[in-house]
Design a binder for this molecule. Structure first.
Ligand SMILES: Nc1ncnc2c1ncn2[C@@H]1O[C@H](COP(=O)(O)OP(=O)(O)OP(=O)(O)O)[C@@H](O)[C@H]1O
Length: 294
């Protein structure tokens, strides 16, 4: 592999409520050791995508490190789409769903080693209603929970837990979904319909055991109206989902129609209520650093 000469470090100063100075100093030290040049860009929350694109066009970076959460990774992936520079994650968000799915370790030194290493995975990306999705999008109860959580003042797992009760109380579940695949269509009722590129939710819940980020396939997960509280508990904990709750359908493309508008989210960001969803997989779209082939 070609030697790394120019590294861009993109830092989101506010993500996860974490001070990033320690990350920046450690990255500086490690980049110095390999005699590469480092440029650091701090996001402002305004026009970052264009500014990153300009920076990347100006200087030929051969590695881009991202210290932030899923929102920051998505922003960079959108800025770089079709530009084959490998990206690497230094997890520094509140949930870090993609990093969890890639098995990025907790230790900063190990994270930087992976970031400056040579194990690249060409990751599939989901495109949902024209939006880029890194690992999971869903319709239903989880999106309602995220919407309510975004408005609550209590963060972390406790915030989710406290929001579960009013979410369940006000939710109009079960929802009616019509799923259209390449060669068949069917109607299903459930509390949550997810499109998963990987195995886990950001909380670590292993909802899609067969999920693989580079197999050219995504899974539709239908959480049936079984035991809602039990399912919510599973989504918020680091446990495997009970297979009785969920039906898994591997596909490359799908359309979903809802009888009434249903809450929708991508990678932890609430995107309003939708009646129609169109999903397809873009295979091998994003080169991303991993400890080994996941
Ligand atoms: N300097 C800044 N000031 C305010 N907002 C910012 C700034 N830089 C980026 N942002 C905002 O940060 C958000 C992305 O945050 P990100 O998702 O990476 O972190 P998080 O929400 O803490 O983590 P996670 O997605 O893992 O829960 C975007 O909405 C972006 O507009």
């Amino acid at each position: 592999m070609k030697e790394i000469q120019k590294v861009l470090l993109i830092v989101n100063p506010i993500s996860g409520d974490i001070n990033k100075e320690n990350i920046i100093q450690n990255v500086e030290a490690e980049v110095r050791k390999i005699n590469a040049e480092l440029t650091t860009y701090r996001t402002t929350g305004e026009n970052d995508r264009k500014k990153i694109q300009n920076l990347v066009d100006e200087r030929a970076f051969d590695r881009i490190l991202i210290a932030g959460g899923d929102g920051t990774i998505k922003l960079v992936a959108e800025a770089l789409i079709n530009n084959k520079i490998p990206i690497a994650i230094i997890p520094a968000g509140s949930a870090n769903g993609l990093a969890i799915n890639l098995g990025i370790p907790k230790n900063l030194k190990e994270q930087i080693n992976i970031a400056l290493g040579n194990s690249i995975t060409l990751m599939d990306m989901l495109e949902i209603n024209g939006e880029l999705c890194l690992h999971i999008g869903d319709l239903g109860l989880n999106a309602e929970l995220i919407k309510n959580y975004e408005h609550s003042r209590i963060r972390g797992k406790m915030g989710y837990l406290l929001q579960s009760i009013p979410t369940l109380w006000y939710s109009k579940y079960p929802f009616e979904f019509e799923v259209r695949l390449e060669n068949r269509s069917f109607n299903k009722q459930g509390i949550l319909l997810a499109f998963a590129n990987a195995k886990k939710y950001g909380t670590g819940a292993n909802v899609n055991p067969k999920g693989k980020i580079d197999d050219g396939i995504f899974e539709i997960l239908l959480f049936k109206n079984f035991d809602t509280l039990e399912i919510l508990k599973t989504l918020r904990n680091e446990t495997d989902v009970n297979s009785e709750f969920v039906e898994i359908i591997p596909v490359k493309e799908a359309k979903v129609f809802c009888k009434k508008p249903v809450a929708f989210q991508i990678d932890g960001e609430y995107l309003g209520e939708k009646e129609e969803i169109s999903v397809k997989i873009s295979p091998k779209k994003l080169p991303i650093m991993t400890s080994k082939q996941p």
